[in-house]
Write a protein that binds this ligand. Structure first.
Ligand code: ADP
Length: 368
């Protein structure tokens, strides 16, 4: 565990970047430092690997003061990933990743084999191994940065805005990849971002900092969204805090109904009376919502169906996704499917609304 005890950083020009910060960073979890630009996030991260020395206070790694450790040993136990990856431009991808193992004295063959294994781990095509960084996209370079940080298998990973310079779609991919990787590797990750959505998505725990380097709140994301400590945190979380909080509520208990679901080849007399009516193909996959006029005629024509939007998977998706499906649906009903994409039922906005109220109530009771 990394523990910061009343740590202050005053730069030579008098700027107090971090002010008496006490923080316990749990093992094998992702701790996110988030806050407005200039609130001291990078300074905190760099104090952990001693690229910046604190003016006051102590940082402990597994109970040992990091000041008392040789800096080289400390840094070997900590991978470091930065924005724009910071790759060596004149080294190939495989040699970039093999840098630290080579520094540690591994043979060239073994280091390169390790690098190739890591490329696969982080989702990079082996064909890229002999290319140079400029021949890769921003997202691919960022993956190389992560692979390089992981090369010597350090227990700690420090990540400073690693995904900030890539476009939103690539960024989402990198975030998902990091979560997948973390589920496999279980590193102690300290992740800096100024993006609250990224913080909420990635963090096991999130530290919200305010300008001047003081801690506003340190909590799991769901708690941050439900109980912001003060107006600053609430403001930082943004206007749609309530909607975002729904990401933490499961959709598995939503009551579905199959009454309005009908197969496209159903005979006229078997078409249910329900409105609206969801039409599936013979395999049970959704085709669309039927227009009332077609139903009256007992005549379902696939080409006239209304789009069903995006279905959700109960149990896998959150209440937020279910609500989004209902909001996007032309009928106001969300379509539930199983993992194979077959319809398991439909649910109205109203029912989802009731489930949200129930979830809030249950949550408030647990909170006491
Ligand atoms: P963040 O990562 O949250 O943007 P930083 O840790 O980079 O914040 O900076 C915190 C504060 O310390 C800012 O006011 C910044 O200008 C100042 N600062 C950072 N590095 C130095 C430095 N080397 N000398 C003087 N001031 C610095």
């Amino acid at each position: 565990m990394i523990r910061m005890e009343s740590v202050t950083k005053r730069y030579p020009d008098g700027t107090v970047a971090v002010d008496r910060l006490t923080l316990e960073i749990p093992d094998r979890a992702i701790t996110v430092l988030v806050g407005p630009s200039g609130c001291g996030k990078t300074t905190i991260l760099r104090m952990i690997n001693r690229m910046v020395e604190p003016s006051e206070g102590t940082i402990l790694l597994d109970g040992e003061d990091i000041q008392r450790q040789p800096v080289t040993r400390l840094r070997r136990s900590m991978g470091y990933v930065i924005q724009n990856a910071g790759l060596f431009p004149h080294r190939t991808i495989v040699d970039n990743i093999a840098t630290v193992p080579r520094m540690l004295g591994w043979g060239r063959h073994k280091a390169r084999a390790r690098a190739r294994e890591l490329m696969e781990r982080v989702g990079l095509d082996a064909a890229l191994a002999e290319r140079y960084p400029y021949q890769l996209s921003g997202g691919q370079q960022q993956r190389v940065g992560v692979a390089r940080a992981l090369a010597a298998d350090p227990p700690v990973l420090l990540m400073d805005e690693p995904f900030s310079a890539v476009d939103p779609v690539v960024r989402k991919g990198l975030q998902d990849e990091l979560l997948r990787l973390q589920a496999e590797l279980g590193k102690t990750i300290v992740f800096v971002t100024h993006d609250i959505d990224e913080a909420v998505k990635l963090g096991t725990k999130v530290a919200v900092l305010r300008t001047g380097g003081t801690l506003a709140q340190f909590a799991p994301p769901a708690e941050l969204l439900s109980d912001p400590a003060d107006a600053f945190v609430e403001d930082f979380l943004g206007a749609d805090r309530g909607i975002r909080r729904l990401s933490f509520f499961p959709s598995g208990r939503l009551e579905l109904t199959t009454e309005p679901v009908v197969r496209v080849d159903a005979t006229a007399e078997r078409i249910p009376d329900a409105r609206p009516l969801l039409v599936t193909d013979a395999d049970g996959r959704p085709l669309g919502w039927a227009e009332p006029r077609d139903l009256t005629a007992g005549d379902i024509r696939p080409e006239r169906l209304l789009p069903y939007g995006r279905p959700f998977v109960p149990g896998t998706d959150s209440l937020r996704v279910a609500l989004d499906c209902a909001v996007l649906s032309p009928t106001g009903w969300a379509v539930a499917v199983d993992a194979e994409g077959r319809v398991t039922g439909v649910v109205s906005q109203q029912t989802i609304g009731e489930a949200i109220r129930d979830a809030h109530r249950a949550d408030a009771e647990v909170a006491g």
